[in-house]
Write a protein that binds this ligand. Structure first.
Ligand code: ZN
Length: 209
C-alpha cells in the first residue's frame, strides 16, 4: 500500500528503500516522505535531538544560520515581533537576535512547549532546520500561515533535494528527517496554503503571507 502524501494528500511512488530508510515521492507536490512505520516516538526523537549540539558561541553554527539572521536584520528591527519556531533545546537564533534588541519568542514542541505563543501574531517567524522534521507538514504550514501578520515572512532553512542521486544524499540518513522538499514542493505550499510570495536562495526559503 502506498501512503498518501502528508502535505497534499496525493499519491506517491516508492523513491528509495534500504534496511533503515523508506521514502516515497509525491507525484504532485514532489515532497519526499518517510514511511510512517519509521517515524520515531517522542522520546526517541528527543534523544536524537540532544545529539545536535548548537551553542551560542559556536561560530560554525552561527555562520550556518547566517542566511536566516541576515534576512531578519534586512527587513525587521526592534519594533517588530518575531517567533523562532522549532528552537530546539538550545535556542541560538533567538539569543543572537535578542542581543541585537529584537523581540522574539520561542516555541518547540519538545523543548519549549509553550502553546500560548502560538496564539499571537508575528511579523516574522524563523525556522532553522526544522521543517524536515514535520510529521504533518500541511498542519504545520497552515499554523505558521495563521500566526503570521499580513505581509509577514516565514524564514526557513532546510537542504532542498536537487532531484538526482537521492541514494547518496546524506540528508535522508537522519531518522528524524521525515519530510524532505524539492523546489516544486515550496511552490505547492505557496500556491495552496495562502502565501503571496516565495524566494528560494540555496538553503534559505522565504514565504510571505
Ligand atoms: Zn504531495
Amino acid at each position: 500500500m502506498i501512503l498518501a502524501c502528508p502535505l497534499c494528500s496525493n499519491k506517491g511512488l516508492l523513491l528509495y528503500h534500504d534496511d533503515k530508510h523508506t521514502f516515497y515521492q509525491c507525484s504532485v507536490c514532489k515532497g519526499i516522505y518517510r514511511d510512517s512505520s519509521e517515524l520515531l516516538n517522542k522520546h526517541k526523537e528527543k534523544d536524537r535531538y540532544y545529539l545536535h549540539q548548537n551553542h551560542i558561541n559556536d561560530l560554525g553554527y552561527i555562520n550556518f544560520a547566517d542566511p536566516i539572521l541576515s534576512e531578519v536584520k534586512k527587513h525587521y528591527n526592534a519594533t517588530h515581533q518575531g517567533l523562532d519556531f522549532g528552537a530546539g533545546h538550545t535556542p541560538v537564533i533567538s539569543e543572537i537576535l535578542k542581543r541585537d534588541n529584537f523581540n522574539i519568542e520561542i516555541y518547540d514542541p519538545l523543548f519549549f512547549n509553550n502553546k500560548t505563543v502560538l496564539n499571537k501574531k508575528y511579523d516574522f517567524i524563523t525556522s532553522c532546520e526544522v521543517i524536515e522534521h514535520f510529521y504533518n507538514p500541511k498542519k504545520e504550514f497552515e499554523l505558521l500561515y495563521k500566526i503570521l501578520k499580513p505581509n509577514g515572512k516565514l524564514i526557513c532553512m532546510t537542504d532542498i533535494f536537487n532531484g538526482s542521486n537521492f541514494d547518496s544524499w546524506y540528508y535522508k540518513t537522519d531518522p528524524t528527517h521525515v519530510f524532505l522538499y524539492q523546489k516544486e514542493t515550496f511552490q505547492w505550499i505557496k500556491d495552496h496554503l495562502g502565501f503571496s510570495g516565495i524566494i528560494i536562495e540555496g538553503r534559505l526559503i522565504v514565504l510571505t503571507r
